[in-house]
Design a protein around this ligand. Structure first.
Ligand SMILES: C[S@@+](CC[C@H](N)C(=O)[O-])C[C@H]1O[C@@H](n2cnc3c(N)ncnc32)[C@H](O)[C@@H]1O
Length: 291
């Protein structure tokens, strides 16, 4: 941290103010929120318990741990990576260096999946292509008690993390996680194909925020020259894998809607829904088979 660290006990207010300045100097947005979460983690107490506690003193170990966490955040490590956890769909997911840090925007795929399957009486069969931490597949399985799912990822580290999350959420008996290349190992039929594939055009990767380019695996980000490589690989196989009335539910990068909708049509699917994220960007495409 910027000010010289001393062993003298400091108040929560003083430590927080120092930390906030350190993060702001490092270019971290919304530093105050990060300070609160990291202080709570360092002191092993709920963040809510810090409200109104500014005059309390923090001694030795707590302050030392807090400074360590703030140094990591100042180096632009995301808070979720420092804590090793990310909340998604109100569920707790472990994350590590091998997986994409799940984004809140991706929750719109879970919503679209549940809506598409709302009236289906039989157990849902779900595939998640590029399963990462398992956030999409496991959220859907959590909401549909009889649903069964397969998650595929090319990265073995992701498959391991997804399996660990499935076990922690009590879903391991309904989620098979395999290592493979997109749809190659799958036979189907599935009612839902979910995918949040890498979709950043290669040339745009170096300009991503440090929290993204420095910490998310490149294989989870880089979608090839125009960002569309994964859709070209996945969509032609989708029709073979989907049951009648099934749907592919795909996350999109900004500005990719029409190109991916065209690929879906070329693959014999009907784009039926566009779901926008909180920023108004067309973030999710639903493409259905004929009923
Ligand atoms: C953007 S991340 C999405 C992770 C997770 N589904 C989520 O929404 O947080 C894309 C995932 O696709 C995986 N992936 C990339 N290429 C793949 C391929 N050819 N076959 C299978 N998975 C692949 C990456 O390893 C990564 O885990």
């Amino acid at each position: 941290m910027r000010e010289a660290a001393t062993d003298a006990p400091k108040t929560i207010a003083a430590l927080s103010a120092e930390a906030r300045r350190t993060l702001e100097d490092a270019g971290v947005d919304a530093a105050a929120g990060d300070v609160r979460v990291l202080l709570a983690a360092a002191l092993d107490r709920p963040a809510a318990s810090l409200i109104g506690a500014g005059a309390e003193t923090v001694s030795g170990g707590g302050a030392w741990r807090f400074r360590g966490l703030i140094a990591r955040r100042a180096a632009r490590e995301p808070v979720s990576r420092i804590l090793g956890r990310r909340e998604f769909w109100s569920l707790d997911f472990a994350i590590d260096r091998g997986v994409l840090d799940p984004r809140a925007d991706s929750e719109c795929l879970v919503e679209a999946a549940l809506q598409h399957a709302a009236d289906r009486p039989a157990p849902l069969r779900v595939a998640d292509l590029g399963v990462g931490s398992g956030c999409l597949l496991l959220s859907v399985l959590h909401e549909r008690a009889r649903a069964l799912g397969v998650g595929v990822d090319r990265a073995e580290a992701s498959a391991c993390t997804a399996r660990r999350n499935a076990a922690a959420l009590g879903l391991a008996d309904r989620a098979l996680i395999v290592v493979g290349d997109w749809t190659e190992a799958l036979g189907g039929p599935f009612d839902l194909l979910l995918a949040n594939p890498p979709y950043i055009p290669s040339a745009a990767v170096p300009a991503l925020a440090p929290e993204v380019r420095g910490w998310d695996p490149i294989g989870a980000l880089d979608g090839g020259a125009d960002g569309l490589d994964a859709y070209r690989a996945i969509l032609p196989a989708a029709r073979r894998l989907l049951a009648p009335g099934g749907a592919a539910i795909l996350e999109l990068g900004a500005g990719q809607w029409s190109a991916v909708a065209d690929l879906a049509v070329a693959a014999g699917l009907r784009p039926t829904r566009c779901v926008r994220d909180a920023a108004g960007i067309a973030r999710c495409l639903v493409a259905e088979t004929a009923p």
